[in-house]
Design a protein around this ligand. Sequence first.
Ligand code: GLU
Length: 289
Amino acid sequence: MSAPTFRFAPSPNGRLHLGHAYSALLNARLAARWSGRLLLRIEDIDPGRSRPDLVAALGDDLTWLGLRFDGPARRQSEHMAVYRANLDGLAARGLAYPCFCSRAEVGAAAGAAAGDGAIPRDPDGAPLYPGTCRHLSHGAIAGRLARSEPHTWRLAMDRALATAPGPHGFTAFDPDGAARTVAADPARWGDTVIARRDVPTSYHLAVVTDDAAQGITHVVRGADLLAATDLHVLLQALLGVGSPRYHHHALLLDAAGAKLAKSRGSQSLADLRAQGIAPEVLRARLGFA
Ligand code: GLU
């Protein structure tokens, strides 16, 4: 069996905060405990929000925290061709289709489909796609693609589940090594977007592609991504790659009980550093003395 391989995979959309530090330190602790490797992946698929200065700052913050990674970082923006190949492969098998609906159109169609009832939503709270573009003819699709009409790509969930019927599940592990099988229900994501308008991938497709490409055996990340794992194991089955083991840790909350986020003014590691807090003090505060 290959050495346990962990990854810390931040998105350079803002400065790192304590929640990121906790996640990175937990990955590092477990990699050290199990004589494994720790890789860094920069999740910069979003051309609008990822900034080179934030990528550089992220490296500085992690070094300041005392973290060292094995090998160079993998930058998702440099691997668009790999995501496109996986997307094309899924589309060629009838497992993904282009969707020309705007967000407002999806909302309106989902509302109309629900009638007087509540709009069914995916685990992220987005309306489940009612399938408008799934029913377009080949000719209509070809014409709209030829005119370069903006479109996302959606997973054809029914066909995906017919191709990989499951039952789906994954191995969840605890930091003490105990493991258990957790059932997964990918259907609750519906025909979810697997490639955005501007790039040939979404978070979900990129993360599954990269975990496989980097040989990740253990994924340690926040509990906010637990539900996404249901979709990730389905994509892994469709792409014919193995599934890592998963540990979803509790999120650090602010004094008001909300998830830490730059948008809510959570202090960044850079702020704390500027206040003169030493990295070992911060590590101890997070339980990594
Ligand atoms: N890039 C994601 C984030 O910063 C983490 C993705 C993952 O660990 O799977 O929240």
